[in-house]
Design a protein around this ligand. Structure first.
Ligand code: PLP
Length: 451
């Protein structure tokens, strides 16, 4: 029997973490061996347990181990891995039709998703949307739209930014290894300026914004800038929450200078931070907003939503793609949005914050190896340092993550310095599993900090 046939799709869903073998177990290791012969080395996996089913914030692997998921497939399965409303709509849509191409013969689901995006995104102005498949594609298209709408070319991005892996978005992403290294040349007219990183720059939001704006005005010229693109909370760069006042100051400058303010809410969107979109927390209304990840309960879908006049600046045919707004992905998005509304997952995210932040802070005080605890909703992080300094400790971070993995809790790391453990549980995660996963993390930090 091979590992891939061991899954029993109708078996009752597990309710608890359960370790039957070491992690990864023998069947996962066998699959990993097979993978080595067939899958490119350039795509790597954080934790090579091979998943056979997932629900309720638990992943079941080929060896029958059940792991607590604090990663949500990188902030994607906000509604869970198999939310009934998503599964139901996907199943029906797959029976009706899988694809026609919206650019050939359209269908209602695409329109319905765009209507929902107009309703849910910040601001009450007239909005339109266009759909794609990935976050990177959405960010690229936001830049295309901003350039056509303004007739300008320069794009401003920030230190520690992550915007994707396509050529344009690699250029916009800050970190070289592994995202950019060797992949150049990158697209021109991308300019990087300092952002706001309160733990490391010690600046207030308005001070950090003034520095960034001064750099833009001196080195580029406000009238040359098509768009400023930023993550309201930086994701891969380290879950960096800008100091209060930073985002509103940048948005105000954009307004005064005819620059399109693009919020990359690919990771922060769809209730992740306790609001539908993180921009709202400081009353920032982006001109364009790029969304993906949490939008469709695991199916590939992304969007650019924003001011109708900007979206309509590109003539017919200028935007699109074969699969953009695929009908099954749209059905999943509608099921996912419905779930977020009926289960009030924004409130669930806030509840998770209320449980996790105090425990991480207590852990920081106790161990001395966590320099900063931050985040909002269910997008939370601990930044690891050498005790008594602010010097990043990437090695400890790696060991803590590995210890969690061995104990059956999937945590992810991030950060320019590789020293941040980030927590992104599904918003619907049950309290007892959240508590148990945190206990595992606490134990890992205590043990590894002494090692
Ligand atoms: C993940 C991510 C992207 C890229 O999304 P893909 O779907 O992987 O292309 C872009 N921006 C942010 C903020 C992200 O977190």
């Amino acid at each position: 029997m091979t590992a891939s046939t061991t899954a029993a799709p109708q078996a009752p869903a597990p309710r608890q973490r359960r370790l039957q073998t070491e992690i990864p177990g023998p069947l996962s290791r066998e699959l990993q061996q097979r993978r080595t012969g067939a899958v490119a080395a350039g795509v790597s996996s954080v934790l090579p347990v091979y998943v056979t089913s997932a629900s309720g914030g638990l992943l079941t692997d080929a060896d029958g181990n059940v792991l607590i998921d604090f990663g949500s497939g990188i902030a994607v399965t906000n509604v869970g891995h198999s939310a009934p409303a998503v599964v139901d709509r996907v199943r029906k849509q797959a029976c009706w039709f899988t694809h026609t191409c919206f650019m050939v013969t359209p269908y209602e689901g695409y329109v319905e998703v765009c209507e929902a995006l107009a309703e849910l995104t910040p601001g009450d102005h007239a909005k339109k949307s266009v759909l794609f498949n990935s976050g990177a594609e959405a960010v690229e298209n936001a830049v295309k739209i901003a350039r056509v709408a303004t007739g300008r070319q320069a794009v401003v991005v920030f230190d520690h930014a992550y915007h994707g892996r396509t050529n344009l978005t690699m250029g916009m992403t800050a970190k070289s290894v592994p995202y950019k290294h060797g992949f150049g040349p990158f697209a021109p007219e991308i300019y990087r300026v300092p952002g706001s990183y309160p733990f490391r720059d010690g600046l207030s939001g308005p001070e950090a914004a003034a520095l960034a704006i001064d750099r833009v005005e001196k080195q580029i010229g406000g009238d040359q800038v098509a768009a400023v693109v930023l993550e309201p909370i930086q994701g891969e760069g380290g879950f960096i929450e800008p100091a209060r006042g930073f985002l509103p100051a940048i948005a105000a400058w954009c307004r005064e200078n005819g620059v399109v303010y693009v919020a990359d809410e690919v990771q922060t969107g769809f209730c992740r931070t306790g609001s539908w979109f993180a921009s709202t927390d400081e009353d920032v209304v982006p001109d364009l907003i790029a969304t993906a990840k949490g939008i469709a309960g695991g199916l590939p879908l992304s969007a650019v939503t924003g001011r109708a006049e900007l979206l309509d600046a590109v003539p017919p045919g200028g935007l699109g793609g074969t699969y953009g707004g695929n009908p099954i992905a749209c059905a999943a998005a509608l099921g996912s949005i419905e779930t977020m509304k009926t289960e009030d997952l924004a409130a669930s995210a806030k509840r998770i914050e209320g449980v996790v932040l105090p425990r991480l802070r207590a852990l920081a005080d106790e161990t001395g190896v966590i320099g900063d605890v931050r985040g909002r909703g269910a997008m939370l992080a601990a930044e690891f340092v050498h005790a008594g300094t602010s010097e990043p400790d990437a090695d400890l971070t790696k060991r803590v993550a590995a210890a969690c993995h061995r104990a059956g809790v999937v945590v992810l790391t991030c950060g320019t310095y590789g020293n941040v453990v980030r927590l992104l549980p599904p918003l619907s995660l049950a309290d007892d599993l959240l508590d148990e996963g945190l206990s595992v993390l606490e134990h890992a930090v205590r043990t590894e900090a002494r090692a």
